[in-house]
Write a protein that binds this ligand. Structure first.
Ligand code: SF4
Length: 874
């Protein structure tokens, strides 16, 4: 560990895989900078990466093994895990146990877990949370190319003349890739088309936005291919030499492919659709980038193949600036795919064909090889529920929140005879069901490799020492394997030992049939591994027109648009789910950052203003969103970016942070038939207003208690020096007072207006404030939050503002420079700012990580309307 010297490592959030220089600056603190030498980001970082340093202290960490809620030592915990798994296997067979792992694991962790389950336990029952985000892309690649190879790289973004983003809010979810595309647009005039039912910030600056009906993507892409055929763009020579075309394929493409029919199916204007076709036709160098909007669908694999069909048939693949590009959500989803961490793959891009099982068995000297795929995530937890799986080990993920129909997953875990959870955090929704909890290393302490969306393998290096008794995941798994009787096969001393073996397996008896081949790293020495620079395997996949199928030809796949469901009488809306810009997964890490929390402080349900008015919902109301699976509360946000009849909720909130916002309770556990990926994007739903009699906020100094205040609506965010709770409820509000700490109290109450304001002072400093109203307005929170750090209590505390007027800056838009909406709107009006660059010059907003630049563009476009809205609220 190099105290004080920058360590080159990789961002742990999204699949862009940005390089970071992390410098320890004292006890458990890091200075974070983008790594200018990393090809993925060339020094840039988005808001999440920029604020990683706020998430590395020990708050909330699991630091010791726990058995039945009590601290235990490693020997006891590991012995118990090994014994219970061995006993279960002996009594009920190999398929009675399972591992549920994560795209947060490093490749070395993943490799050891996969080897233990598939080569030694002898079951395919290891699946990963990547099943939930990109397994349809995996299935689509295998169907088309014969191997799960992403045929694009970020270099293609510098070469393309047209970007088609489909089902991808890239500006929020993959900001650095979005910025690279924007740079190409500025430099070379490349065009941007966004296809998304929602008008997201990614659409703000696009040349064309097609807000298609959810689930109509196959019709859209088949229509595009039919247009290409009619326009003579299908590359007949390439098709003849390199593609295998199923019988009836072109008839299928021709059916219902006229402009009017496609426009009707997709519910877009025919002239806009034609514009899309013409832009596509005019720009052979096209990168079509897709992510969750395509993958998380009940026909996700067909949607992927409909995109790939167009690229294959027009020869837009294997050339600079032309490729379909599945961009992954998690930092190491791709590494997991490479080792075979999905239940449907075996190892090193091999499937369960008997020859592959024999090959891998030989390589591992495995005593008991799995011979068939295991259970995919949804089926795995169903097997737990039905008692077929009797012992499960969950690593680095939170299925009690993130799985569809999450309450059923909770019931399954509660009933499972033996649950092991290895995690960095002490209190997760899933960890509450664990019989054994094992303390795992977190990002800043982990050492190994990750693979990003463009197949680039980068080192993740430990920057901080392992705290408490935490251990790397690979070490925990190998210790359990040793106790189950396989010490020799798992005798790894360091991540480099595992990486070498992984590289050797990729090359083992690989005569070129598998593109994934790390032969050049098969004998990498420890110093070389330590110093390894980021490198991309497979230079330009499929450049020569040869694919990983037995005959070397890619396959066009018959994809038929499924009938689109009409709104149901009892469930008239369609629920879509997704991410926020500044949060990651279930907020166990980003939730620790006060700056990231300010972008979106509560879980919102976004609804078209027409629907909101029709249903009696106003901005800021609390509403119940219900589906056939479950229900949860959300704060209402009307948004004209939503199509009528559709609502959107974020995936991040858990029981830890909110009494509502539990999106995971809402989707159906229905999956794509090929990939097993759940269809998170289109659940029948309804919404209704929930009447509340009072609204309040509570600011507490210090760390958050484990529970939430007693209120119908209670959400929590981290703020500098403490916690901010937003609250709402009905009836008596006195129970909230129990949440105030001991200390001298100042109180002001107006019973006529139902207002209470309480401040608690501990010595000279503010310990808490509770502001509540039944009829009036609550003051802004910023000044009161700042008082947590003030050396003395301000005399105007109960007024909620500093002596004299302090302008409320509104919700934070630029988290890097802490600049709010009202400040930006005022500057636009007063200084006549005309573009995003001018806002940057005036305020600094958007000049650091750049994540807020699409939001600034939107504020500029809407500035008149925004000003009016703010004044109306005042
Ligand atoms: S785009 Fe942002 S979240 Fe994704 S890897 Fe880069 S810095 Fe991290």
């Amino acid at each position: 560990m190099n105290a004080g010297a920058p360590v080159r490592t990789t961002c742990p959030y999204c699949g862009v895989g940005c390089g970071i220089r992390a410098t320890p600056i004292g006890d458990r603190a890091l200075k974070i900078e983008g790594d200018a030498g990393h090809p993925a980001n060339r020094g840039g970082l988005c808001s999440k990466g920029t604020h990683l340093g706020e998430t590395v202290d020990l708050a909330g960490r699991l630091l010791h093994p726990m058995i039945a809620g009590k601290r235990a030592n490693w020997g006891k915990a590991l012995d118990l895990v090994a014994r219970r798994f061995s006993e279960t296997i002996a009594k009920h067979g190999s398929d009675s146990v399972a591992f549920y792992v994560s795209g947060q694991l490093l490749t070395e962790d993943y490799y050891v877990a996969n080897k233990l389950m598939k080569g030694f336990i002898g079951s395919g029952n290891i699946d990963t949370n990547s099943r939930l985000c990109m397994s349809s892309a995996v299935s689509g690649h295998i169907r088309a190319f014969g191997e799960d190879v992403v045929p694009a790289s970020y270099d293609d973004l510098s070469e393309a003349d047209l970007f088609v983003l489909i089902g991808s809010n890239t500006a929020w979810c993959h900001p650095i890739v979005y910025q690279r595309m924007q740079a190409a647009r500025e430099k070379r005039g490349a065009k941007l088309i966004v296809i998304d039912p929602r008008r997201t910030e990614t659409c703000e600056d696009a040349d064309l936005h097609l807000p298609i009906r959810p689930g109509s993507d196959v019709a859209l892409m088949n229509g595009l291919l039919a247009h290409c055929l009619r326009a003579g763009l299908v590359d007949e020579a390439y098709l003849e030499a390199n593609l295998s075309v199923p019988q009836g394929f072109w008839d299928m493409i021709d059916q219902g492919s006229d402009l009017w029919s496609v426009a009707k199916t997709c519910d877009v204007a025919p002239d806009k659709l034609l514009h899309f076709y013409e832009l596509f036709a005019a720009h052979p160098r096209t990168v079509t980038m897709f992510s969750q909007g395509i993958n998380q669908a009940l026909r996700g694999t067909d949607q992927v193949n409909a995109i790939i069909n167009v690229h294959l048939a027009t020869g837009r693949i294997g050339k600079p600036g032309a490729a379909p590009f599945s961009i992954t959500g998690q930092p190491n989803a791709m590494g997991g795919r490479e080792v075979g961490g999905l239940a449907s793959t075996l190892a090193a891009h091999m499937d369960f064909a008997p020859g592959n099982v024999a090959l891998v068995g030989r390589f591992w000297s495995a005593p008991r090889m799995a011979t068939k795929p295991g259970l995919k995530a949804v089926d795995m937890f169903r097997a737990v529920e039905e008692g077929r799986i009797k012992a499960i080990w969950v690593m680095a993920t939170n299925p009690a929140v993130s799985m569809p129909d999450a309450s059923r997953v909770r019931d399954a875990l509660a009933a499972c005879p033996f649950v092991v959870v290895s995690d960095a955090m002490a209190d997760t929704d899933t960890g509450r069901f664990a019989h054994v909890r094992l303390p795992a290393a977190a990002w800043a302490e982990k050492d190994g490799t990750v693979t990003n969306s463009e197949r680039r393998i980068s080192r993740q290096r430990g920057v901080l020492p392992l705290p408490g008794e935490t251990k790397p995941d690979w070490w925990i798994i190998k210790e359990v394997a040793a106790r189950m009787g396989w010490a020799g096969a798992f005798a790894y001393d360091r991540p480099a030992d595992i990486y070498r073996e992984h590289a050797r397996l990729s090359a083992y008896q690989n005569d070129g049939v598998r593109l994934f081949n790390l032969r050049s790293h098969a004998a990498i020495g420890n110093p070389a591994y330590e110093a390894m620079e980021p490198y991309r395997w497979g230079k330009t996949p499929f450049a020569g027109g040869r694919f990983s199928t037995p005959d070397g030809k890619a396959r066009l796949v018959t994809t038929v648009q499924a009938a689109l469901p009409e709104p149901l009488k009892d469930w008239p809306l369609t629920l879509n789910t997704g991410r926020y810009r500044d949060q990651w997964h279930t907020m166990t890490r980003t939730g620790l950052s006060p700056k990231l929390a300010r972008h979106r402080e509560e879980p919102l349900v976004e609804i078209n203003p027409y629907d909101a008015e029709r249903l009696g919902l106003a901005e800021g109301d609390i509403a119940r969103v219900a589906t056939p699976q479950g229900e949860s509360l959300f704060r209402v946000m009307p948004s004209d970016g939503q199509r009528r009849g559709e609502i959107f909720t974020p995936i991040h909130w858990t029981d830890r942070q909110s009494s509502g916002g539990r999106t995971g309770l809402l989707p159906r556990p229905l999956t794509d038939p090929h990939s097993g990926q759940p269809g998170f994007k289109s659940t029948p739903a309804k919404i209704e207003k929930v009447a509340v009699e009072w609204r309040a906020f509570l600011i507490l100094r210090g760390e958050a208690p484990a529970s939430l205040p007693p209120a119908l609506w209670a959400t929590r965010i981290t703020v500098p020096g403490g916690m901010l709770y937003e609250l709402a409820g009905s009836g008596d509000d006195k129970a909230l007072d129990a949440w105030l700490p001991a200390g001298a109290r100042m109180e002001a109450a107006d019973p006529a207006r139902g207002t209470r304001r309480i401040a608690v002072v501990d010595g000279e400093r503010l310990a808490a404030v509770l502001f509540l109203t039944r009829t009036g307005e609550l003051p802004g929170r910023d000044w009161l939050i700042a008082q947590l750090d003030a050396p003395q209590v301000a005399p105007t505390l109960l007024a909620g503002r500093a002596p004299g007027a302090t302008p409320d800056r509104g919700p934070v838009i630029c988290v890097c420079f802490d600049i709010g909406l009202k400040t930006i709107v005022a500057a636009i009006a007063e200084q006549q700012l005309a573009d995003v660059g001018a806002i940057g010059k005036a305020l600094g907003a958007g000049t650091n990580c750049g994540s807020c630049r699409p939001a600034l563009a939107r504020i500029l476009a809407d500035s008149g309307a925004v000003s009016e809205k703010i004044h109306a609220a005042e």
